[in-house]
Design a protein. Structure first.
Lengths: 319, 399, 424
């Protein structure tokens, strides 16, 4: 038990860092689900594209020697900017090609289309990176190598602080956008009732494109932050993370933006604490390899008790 | 509108199918058109797509290099040779399908593969049905050769030799009293971690932890926090370099002072790129620590880089040596068969009988199970952040 | 559609003759030349043409039997690769039919179907290797069990998988569609991770090292481990699966499922026992997967957790949706398509391109080697199939009882459901 208490502070911090990455990706899932009732499986690949874009920008800066000249936050902002633009554009493109023709199809069909896009993007990025750099495992240069030590049990790496601050800025920004601006209101309207919104002279197609842009841009930003935090990326890095992030979105209540944030952070902390603590708790019978099981069991438990997730709204069926 | 859409779909499908039909026809023409009596195909089967594609690719390139070098000699004996690389996608059922395909193609006389033991075991059962020779460059599971199949051989070391080497090194050479074992929950990683665990207790070390991580993930802070608290002398990681290098980096970020030891899965130039300066002071065991130590080895590395435009990894060297053994066996079988195309059984026997072949990784001779008697293992340590690391210990890997 | 309209305009007698010529011709050619990839695909096509021919079933069934039980084995004896491919196709077709019951008939999103498949496979594997000796004392039984137990396990696997299905379904069937999807996904991951780690404290599944060698099935002392034996086993089980699925579809249970799928609230108001029917769908779907898992384990002689990942579930799901949800023949075609794509077509294509490169006709840099990009082509085909044919290759037809079907006069004017492909 004492060992566990020693572990706890660092686990909480690491879990929080992981959790905010999940949270931002989960935001993309939840926004798209809100307006289209579609699980966008390809969102994890957009995250991956953002990671590659950000890494390429940083590598470019490094090769040309600019990295030492510019302060690290500026380099990060440049990488984020490029990544967000690229991912956002990709998201809009994806929606146009693979989802818009399927607006009226039975709901499973766009799902399979999304999966097809996901496969396509994985190998496409691998192809492009293979041709361009002859390798598809990329390592992002480390621009925040320092670390703040608070106590023997708690070390705060600066890069995780940066990730967290950026994530909080993005989440707050999104929440303000959705609640305070006209376009945000339009998004909420379309999410609530698409047909009535179009009657209220809202251009539904444009709103959906905007939603995809924002969601994908956030996913791309998350990818760049991920690359900063963990350095090593490859075309398959989005897959597992995407499933976890979607689980987080569902945990928090899909369709709800605060829910996605809460779900992401909760999942990250659960995983981190579970990985370290399961071995101690079960006396070695179940170790860190069960941390995913732990997370999923909690998900199932939450859904059984509250079927629409933590912050989800109980939408009763209208007869 | 719908008609046009359906037309497009039909035409695209037709296009894809017709291309593959052409392919089918072409390969059919190839097998029946050419005089099959004098055609020999050698296949390499490794994962060429998916997460392990980089490693599978390196083995294939190594095999290809050996094939291209030896091709002329066999062609002088009056045969046309073809190299047929296959992709098993690291998936057992695809591996089995590929194995069936190779078995059905009578021109295929030997296989240089696989990479994953989980794929190799069922595939080798299929090869055994017609005694199709398989020389494995990278399968370390003990079950591969313990079945005593006459057509299955391997040139790399076994888990039950490499694992104990790591544990012994930690206990005797590093004087460690506690060891924390991490593995990646795969057939390879967990098998070798188990061997280390067994040997660690025999050597009198305390196993401070035995945890698994998920390959494909990047965040190992959960497990590493536990390591930081437990403070072992040595951390042993059973797995391959993508996760291992991240572990090294994150360990150093967290200020964990334990010494790191890994198996041959860690052996790759990318390890330095990923882990950076943190790699200094870490160890790993490998059948071929530094190919460029010898002049012959260095020449080989240079010609590989010149031919393929990228540096080889040790996996390429294994693929290269495995193909060389196969070529040697085929040459001997042709001669023993009076210059005619040998049967698969003859090739298997000839390959198994290969003795003392000087390879880039080791001197190759097979015992009655198919294990390489000349296999050596090295313990290497990174003294600077450059690949390859320096060799600190050398042992015979054959029990 | 212009093509199909043209075909429809040919005098039906000529069309029938053409179809017979095609079927018999292709089968003959395939028998004579068993190495050809093209003929293999045409052979599968001939089965489909036979299915659609407007002749009496008294002719169709024996003809299908001759093709499947006569021509295919004869070809397979000469080329065991195609035997393996078609056995795989058969296994996945049965799995797709099982998933079709859950997703297509009852409308329940199940992303974790592979969990039941894994369960069945491991069930047989544990008892058919010496693994079970680790936790069951030798006094009770001697492991590995002999191959005669295989047939028992086919049934046991079905029953226990059904039980697992009910266990999973019970807490989660209240959930709305997409929540159900993620929960089933989580469940499948849980099963896979548990199997991957159940080697301590008691070694039940041997973890990632897998279980092998698995006893092949045996019948009256004869050991069945040749591809031809598995072909017939899979064929038999597949036929049984089709019959069961068809009977379910046209039964009261099938109508309950259709009602639940269309509008759950209305179904409940009409007195349909929704929860029980959903559980039944889950259980039956799971039992098919369990049986096929047992067969898979026996055929591969080696199981490990890596064969049962999330990608498998997606693969089977795509077979169901691309082939046509709710339509048994469509689902089989979907299975054929996806398996052939993965195992056969793309490999041939990349081999062809590779040969061209070796001959110097075109130069492909090593990174663009087509063998590596199967997933890309698979993804592209999925997207295209969804956009241009969202109802599936063979859309579901509502199966009405005979007295509700259109009269012959109506059919003459409007065409039957099957010929009417201009559906939105």
């Amino acid at each position: 038990m004492e060992q566990f208490l020693q572990l706890l502070p660092q686990c909480l911090w690491d879990g929080l860092t992981l959790g905010v990455v999940y949270a931002i990706v989960a935001l993309g899932y939840t926004m798209v689900y809100g307006v289209l009732e579609l699980i966008n499986f390809a969102h994890s690949e957009i995250f991956m594209v953002g990671a590659f874009a950000g890494t390429e920008v940083l590598l470019y800066l490094q090769t040309y020697g600019y990295l030492t000249g510019i302060p690290a936050p500026v380099a990060l902002i440049m990488a984020l900017f490029v990544a967000m633009l690229l991912s956002g554009g990709l998201g809009v493109l994806m929606e146009r090609i693979a989802y818009r023709p399927l607006r009226n199809a039975p709901r499973l069909v766009p799902l399979i289309s999304a999966i097809g896009v996901s496969f396509f993007l994985q190998d496409a990025v691998r192809l492009i990176e293979g041709l361009w750099k002859n390798a598809f495992y990329l390592t992002a240069p480390s621009i925040f190598p320092a670390s703040i030590e608070i106590s023997t049990n708690l070390k705060l790496p600066v890069k995780s602080l940066v990730v967290m601050i950026s994530a909080v800025i993005m989440m707050v920004g999104l929440q303000m956008f959705v609640t305070r601006t006209k376009w945000g209101k339009a998004i909420r309207a379309v999410a609530q009732d698409r047909d009535t919104s179009s009657l209220m002279s809202i251009n539904v197609n444009r709103v959906i494109s905007l939603t995809f842009f924002i969601g994908a841009a956030l996913g791309g930003a998350a990818g760049t932050l991920f690359a900063c935090q963990y350095s090593l990326i490859n075309p398959y890095v989005g897959f597992i993370l995407g499933i976890k992030a979607f689980t987080a979105a569902v945990l928090g209540g899909i369709g709800s933006i605060p829910g996605a944030m809460a779900g992401g952070i909760l999942l990250g902390i659960l995983e981190s604490v579970g990985a370290a603590g399961l071995g101690i708790a079960t006396n070695g019978a179940m170790g860190a390899e069960y941390k995913d099981v732990f997370a999923f069991v909690i998900l199932i438990a939450v859904l059984i008790l509250k079927p629409s997730g933590l912050f989800g709204e109980e939408t009763g069926d209208k007869v | 509108m719908l008609r046009r859409k359906s037309k497009v779909l039909v035409s695209v499908l037709l296009l894809v199918f017709s291309f593959s039909m052409l392919g089918g026809c072409a390969s059919k023409a190839k097998t029946t058109g050419d005089s099959a009596a004098n055609k020999i195909k050698i296949a390499s089967v490794t994962p060429l797509s998916g997460a392990q594609a980089a490693l599978g690719e390196q083995i294939k390139l190594g095999a290809q290099m050996a094939f291209d070098e030896q091709k002329a000699e066999v062609e002088k004996l009056g045969f046309t040779l073809e190299f047929a690389p296959q992709d098993d996608q690291a998936d057992p059922k695809v591996g089995v399908a590929v194995a069936q395909k190779l078995l059905a193609d009578t021109d295929v006389l030997a296989v240089d593969g696989h990479f994953n033991s989980g794929v190799a075991i069922p595939s080798s059962e299929i090869y055994a049905k017609d005694n199709l020779c398989m020389v494995s460059p990278a399968n370390t599971a003990v079950g591969i050769t313990d079945r005593k199949l006459p057509n299955v051989n391997r040139i790399c070391a076994r888990d039950d030799v490499q694992g104990p080497l790591g544990a012994d090194f930690a206990a005797k050479d590093l004087g460690a009293k506690t060891i924390f074992i991490v593995h990646d929950k795969t057939t390879y990683g967990q098998a070798i971690a188990d061997e280390v665990k067994k040997q660690a207790t025999v050597d009198g070390m305390q196993v401070a932890g035995y945890e698994g991580i998920t390959p494909g993930e990047s965040d190992f802070s959960g497990v590493l926090n536990k390591v930081a608290v437990v403070k072992p002398d040595v951390v042993y990681f059973g797995g391959i370099y993508p996760e291992g290098s991240l572990l090294i980096k994150q360990m150093s970020d967290k200020g964990i002072k334990a010494k790191f030891i890994g198996p041959d899965g860690m052996d790759d130039p990318e390890e330095v790129k990923i882990a950076g300066a943190a790699v200094i002071g870490t160890y790993y065991t490998s059948p071929a620590a530094d190919i460029s130590r010898t002049p012959a080895g260095k020449a080989w590395v240079d010609s590989f880089t010149a031919k393929f435009g990228k540096a080889p990894s040790n996996w390429s060297a294994y693929g290269y040596d495995a193909m060389n053994v196969i070529m040697e066996g085929i040459k001997k079988a042709i001669v023993a068969n009076g210059g005619k195309k040998p049967s698969r059984l003859q090739v298997s026997t000839a390959v198994r009988a290969v003795s003392g072949l000087q390879g880039i990784t080791s001197t190759i001779s097979f015992d009655d199970k198919g294990d390489n008697k000349g296999a050596k293992l090295y313990v290497a340590q990174f003294k600077e952040a450059k690949y390859p690391p320096a060799v600190v210990k050398e042992v015979n890997a054959f029990k | 559609m212009a093509k199909i309209k043209l075909l429809n305009q040919i005098n039906p007698k000529y069309k029938l003759a053409l179809q017979w010529v095609f079927v018999i011709g292709v089968n003959l050619l395939f028998y004579l030349d068993p190495q050809s990839g093209l003929l293999f695909i045409l052979f599968l096509g001939s089965l489909f043409v036979l299915y659609r021919m407007p002749v009496s079933t008294r002719l169709k069934y024996p003809a299908t039997l001759v093709i499947l039980a006569g021509v295919m084995p004869l070809v397979g004896m000469q080329n065991s690769y195609y035997f393996d491919v078609i056995t795989q196709v058969g296994i996945y077709a049965a799995l797709a039919i099982g998933l079709n019951i859950v997703v297509g008939f009852a409308g329940l999103l199940n992303f974790g179907y592979v969990a039941f498949y894994a369960f069945g496979a491991y069930l047989y594997a544990i008892f058919a290797t010496s693994q079970a000796a680790n936790f069951i004392p030798a006094a009770v039984a001697h492991f590995p069990l002999s191959g005669n137990w295989f047939w028992v396990f086919l049934v046991v696997g079905a029953i226990m998988s059904a039980g697992l299905g009910v266990l999973l379904g019970f807490p989660v069937l209240r959930l709305r569609g997409d929540y159900l999807a993620i929960v089933t996904l989580g469940f499948a991951e849980i099963i896979r991770i548990v199997f991957n780690n159940l080697d301590k404290p008691i070694n039940i599944t041997n973890g990632p090292k897998g279980l092998s060698p698995i006893e092949p099935p045996a019948l009256f002392g004869m050991v069945l481990n040749q591809p031809i034996h598995f072909y017939f086993i899979v064929l038999g089980v597949l036929i049984l699966t089709i019959i069961i699925a068809q009977r379910l579809d046209s039964s009261r249970i099938g109508r309950c499922w259709a009602a639940i799928r269309e509008d759950e609230l209305a179904a409940r108001s009409m007195g349909v026992p929704v929860v029980r029917m959903k559980l039944l769908a889950f259980a039956i779907g799971a039992s098919f997967a369990g049986t096929m898992g047992v067969i898979f384990a026996a055929k591969q002689t080696f199981v490990d957790p890596s064969s049962f990942g999330f990608m498998e579930s997606i693969g089977i799901l795509s077979m169901v949706i691309v082939g046509g949800m709710g339509n048994i023949a469509g689902v089989i075609i979907g299975a054929v398509g996806v398996v052939m794509l993965q195992l056969n077509v793309l490999k041939e294509l990349s081999q062809y391109l590779g040969q061209l490169a070796a001959q110097g006709v075109i130069h492909i840099p090593s990174q663009v080697d087509p063998a590596k990009y199967e997933k890309l082509i698979y993804g592209l085909i999925l997207i295209l199939a969804c956009i241009y044919r969202p109802q599936g290759l063979l859309p579901a037809h509502r199966s009405l009882p005979n007295w509700l079907k259109k009269s012959k006069q109506d059919k003459a004017i409007n065409g039957t459901q099957e010929d009417n492909t201009d559906v939105t």
